[in-house]
Design a protein around this ligand. Structure first.
Ligand code: PMP
Length: 329
């Protein structure tokens, strides 16, 4: 039987689970850490999954039609996924990014044919960002407000609220983990940006076994902008979701889908990513490092000895070579 695909959209998902044997050995861990390597997606991140589901659902519902422009504000990976799927399907794609986005993401989106602008080029968005310590969700609200009221021929993707985001994780990421571990997952660790991964994957796994524990990763105190520290080195794609005003929590985050919020500082995330590159030869991004750090801390808890921990690692380290991620020991 031949195995020829006809569109990049058919290549998302079915990513492998790799037990980080050498990492476990080096740290003397007594629990298993299984890394779900989302950089095996066609454009090297977990966001390829939602790019396909959000675009194809919008086509089905008639919200997206030929000749329209796909519009989104994103910290990068979603923009790359949308640029690729938009290219393959013949749509124009216009992505607004935060000024902190790594140069690699910017270049990749452009190479895939998207128009790329800065969120702060829009005066209303710049004002919202300024007034809310550069909080992405606050900036996004202003972005959405502006374009949803304009007469431009655009489809605003709105990944923070679009139900096709958690849905695809419920339908693919969750079942892949359940099947690949023969239902023997004890703990899931994933990060929260839009909340889609945790809500969909955590929700699915809990529907199969309510005893599965879900740890949702958030940035640490010193890794989010504050009045004292307005521009810390942030973990791209990961946002706080507890102890913040309700309107800044993405509506795609279902609070029932996780049991614990675990906060990780940027330096801790970098340390874990650097270690895994050297022990097991996986080159992962900053949020993956944060997730691996949280998974490691979970593995070191006595009550978790002998358990199986699945860590969803969202993207590739190649997207961070211009940052400080791999600069240092
Ligand atoms: N890590 C990276 C690198 C991301 O781009 C994102 C998405 N913002 C996340 C983690 C978080 O995933 P989600 O949006 O599904 O919560």
């Amino acid at each position: 039987m031949s195995a020829i695909y006809s569109s990049i959209t058919e290549l998302t998902g079915r990513t492998p689970l790799l037990e980080l044997r050498c990492y476990e050995k080096e740290l003397g861990l007594k629990a298993r850490i299984l890394a779900k390597l989302e950089y095996f997606n066609p454009n090297q991140s977990i966001k390829d999954r939602i790019a396909v589901s959000m675009i194809e659902d919008a086509e089905k519902s008639g919200k997206l039609r030929k000749g329209m422009t796909i519009l989104e504000a994103t910290s990068g990976n979603t923009g790359i996924g949308l640029a690729a799927v938009g290219a393959a399907k013949g749509y124009k794609v216009h992505i607004y990014v935060q000024d902190t986005v790594s140069i690699e993401r910017f270049q990749v989106m452009k190479a895939l044919g998207a128009e790329v602008s800065s969120m702060s080029d829009i005066p209303e968005v710049a004002k919202a960002l300024r007034e809310n310590n550069n909080d992405y969700v606050a900036g996004y609200a202003a972005f959405y407000e502006k374009f949803s009221k304009s007469n431009e021929n655009v489809f605003i993707v709105d990944q923070d609220a679009n139900p096709s985001n958690p849905r695809i994780h419920y339908e693919t990421t969750g079942p892949e983990i359940w099947n690949d571990t023969d239902g023997k997952t004890d703990i899931l660790v994933a990060a929260v940006g839009t909340g889609g991964t945790v809500t969909g994957t955590g929700g699915y796994l809990k529907s199969k076994n309510p005893d599965i524990k879900v740890i949702a990763v958030a940035p640490g105190e010193n890794s989010i902008p504050s009045e004292q520290n307005p521009s810390p080195e942030e973990i791209a794609g990961v946002h706080p979701f507890e102890n913040i005003p309700k309107e800044f929590v993405p509506s795609n985050l279902d609070k029932n889908s996780y049991d614990e919020c675990f906060r990780v500082e940027t330096a801790e995330a970098y340390q874990a990513a650097r270690r895994a590159a050297k022990t097991d030869g996986i080159l992962i991004g900053a949020s993956s490092g944060a997730i691996l750090y949280a998974a490691t801390k979970a593995a070191q808890r006595k009550e978790n000895f002998g358990k199986t921990i699945v860590a969803i690692l969202p993207d590739t380290g190649l997207r961070y070579l211009s940052t400080n991620l791999f600069k240092g020991e």
